[in-house]
Design a protein around this ligand. Structure first.
Ligand SMILES: Cc1cc2nc3c(=O)[nH]c(=O)nc-3n(C[C@H](O)[C@H](O)[C@H](O)COP(=O)(O)OP(=O)(O)OC[C@H]3O[C@@H](n4cnc5c(N)ncnc54)[C@H](O)[C@@H]3O)c2cc1C
Length: 376
C-alpha cells in the first residue's frame, strides 16, 4: 500500500526487545510495520536477569501479549563482606530474563512481519520516505525507519560519529547458575530475596532468581543470577576483553567466551572481597561473562525520517534496571506521537525526540549517581 494514502509504512531495524516493543506499539497505533533482524537463526541469549518494570508490563498488556514469565521475592537482604545473615527488609520484587521477554514479545508479534537474517546495510534519507537497503529484501521504502539496532548502533555512529561512549571506570561481571546445579545451601540462602552487598575494597554485587531454560519459573528450574561491579582501569580493558579464542572484543565478553585464567582470577578476587556465600556462588558459576559499563547520551535522536530507539539512542547503566523499560517507553511515545501527528510525520518525530531525550538524559544521570554511590 502506498504511504501517501494508506497507513504509514514503518521499517524497524533490530528485532530484540526495543525493535519488538516498537513493532507492537506501532502496529497497535494502526501503522504498517515490518521488523528486520540481523541474526538469521535463533537469538543467542546471554540468559541474564532483568528487573521487571511497569512500563514493559503495561506495553505487553495493552497489546494483548501473554503473561511475562517472572520470578518473585518478598525481601531485600543487605549483606556485609565479613559474613553473617545480613539485614532484611520486606520489599517484593519481580524478575525476568531477556529470553522470557523476547519470547513474550515474539509470540505477540505477527511472524510474517518479523524477518530474520535481514540486516539493514544502508539507507538513503533525504526529504520524505527512506530507502532502506535490507539484506534479502532489496530496497524497502518506508515513511519512517526506526533504528533499534542496539548499544553499538551503526545508525547512531553514522549520524553522530563524534558522540563519545563514556567508560564508567568499572565493569559488570555477570553469571547465571541453574538452580538444579546449585549447591542446596546456596539456593536456600538466596531464595525469596533480592540480595545486595558491598565488596571489601570497592564495588557492589547483587543476586536474584530468574526464569530458567525455556523461561521456566518453577522452583528447581529457575536460575540464580548475579551481577558484580568491579573497578577496572581503562588501560586494562583491552587485555580483559580478549576471549578464550584470542579474539579482541570492545564492549563485552560473550557468554561462554571468558578465558579460564580470567575465571580463576575472578573466583580468587571473590574469596578475598565478598561475603563467603557470594564467593561460593561465583565459584559455582560455570561461565561468568563481562560487560563494560558505559554512558551514551546523544543530543539528537531523529535525523530526517530516521529515529533511534532503545539502546541505539541512550545507553544507561544497569543499576537503573531501566534499559528494557526505556525501550518500551520509547516505543509507546513514538507510536503516540506519530498517531497524533497524522500525515505530519516530521512533527510527530520531533515531538517524540523531545520526550525521548528528556527522559533518556535523566536516566543516564540517575545511573551515574547510583554508580557513584554503589560501584565506584
Ligand atoms: C541476544 C541478546 C541478549 C541480551 N541479554 C540481556 C540480558 O540477559 N540482560 C540484560 O540486562 N540485557 C540483555 N540484553 C540487552 C537488552 O535487550 C537491552 O539492553 C534492552 O532491552 C534494549 O534493547 P535494544 O533492543 O534497544 O537493543 P539490543 O537488545 O542490543 O538489540 C539490538 C538488535 O539489533 C540487531 N541489529 C544490529 N544491527 C542491525 C542491523 N544493521 N540490521 C538489523 N538488525 C540489527 C541486533 O542483532 C540486536 O538483535 C540482550 C540483548 C540481546 C540482543
Amino acid at each position: 500500500m502506498s504511504g501517501a494514502e494508506g497507513p504509514l509504512r514503518i521499517a524497524v531495524a533490530g528485532g530484540s526487545i526495543g525493535g519488538l516493543c516498537a513493532g507492537l506499539a506501532l502496529r497497535g497505533a494502526g501503522f504498517d510495520v515490518q521488523v528486520y533482524e540481523r541474526v538469521a537463526g535463533p537469538m543467542e541469549t546471554r540468559g541474564a536477569g532483568i528487573v521487571v518494570q511497569g512500563e514493559l508490563i503495561e506495553l505487553l498488556r495493552t497489546h494483548g501479549a501473554g503473561t511475562l514469565p517472572t520470578t518473585r521475592c518478598t525481601v531485600r537482604r543487605y549483606l556485609s563482606p565479613e559474613g553473617g545473615e545480613g539485614e532484611v527488609q520486606r520489599a517484593a520484587q519481580d524478575f525476568t530474563s531477556w529470553e522470557a521477554i523476547y519470547r513474550t514479545l515474539t509470540d505477540a508479534f505477527p511472524p510474517d512481519r518479523y524477518h530474520r537474517g535481514a540486516t539493514l546495510t544502508d539507507f538513503g534519507n533525504g526529504e520524505g520516505p527512506v530507502q532502506a537497503h535490507i539484506q534479502g529484501h532489496g530496497v524497502v521504502e518506508a515513511d519512517v525507519l526506526v533504528a533499534a539496532d542496539g548499544a553499538q548502533s551503526p545508525t547512531r555512529r553514522r549520524f553522530l560519529p563524534e558522540l563519545t561512549t563514556i567508560y564508567a571506570g568499572y565493569v559488570a561481571w555477570r553469571g547465571t547458575l541453574d538452580e538444579a546445579e546449585a549447591p542446596p545451601d546456596l539456593v536456600r540462602f538466596f531464595d525469596d530475596a533480592f540480595t545486595f552487598s558491598g565488596a571489601r575494597s570497592a564495588g557492589h554485587i547483587l543476586v536474584y532468581f530468574i526464569p530458567g531454560d525455556g523461561a521456566d519459573t518453577a522452583p528447581g528450574k529457575r536460575r540464580l543470577n548475579w551481577v558484580w561491579y568491579v573497578g577496572v582501569r581503562e588501560a586494562d580493558l583491552p587485555r580483559l576483553l580478549v576471549d578464550r579464542d584470542g579474539r579482541q572484543h570492545h564492549a563485552s565478553l560473550p557468554f561462554g567466551g571468558t578465558p579460564a585464567s580470567a575465571i580463576r582470577d575472578l573466583r580468587d578476587l571473590a574469596r578475598r572481597e565478598v561475603h563467603p556465600m557470594l564467593a561460593a556462588l561465583v565459584a559455582a558459576t560455570p561461565e561468568p561473562f563481562l560487560q563494560t559499563i558505559v554512558d551514551v547520551a546523544p543530543t539528537r535522536t531523529v535525523f530526517g525520517r530516521v529515529c533511534l530507539l532503545g539502546d541505539a539512542a541512550f545507553v544507561v547503566r544497569p543499576h537503573t534496571a531501566g534499559a528494557a523499560a526505556k525501550a518500551a517507553r520509547d516505543a509507546r511515545i513514538l507510536a503516540r506521537a506519530l498517531k497524533r501527528a497524522g500525515r505530519n510525520v516530521d512533527d510527530g518525530l520531533s515531538g517524540f525526540e523531545e520526550m525521548q531525550i528528556e527522559f533518556g538524559q535523566g536516566l543516564v544521570d540517575y545511573g551515574v549517581a547510583l554508580g557513584r554511590r554503589w560501584a565506584a
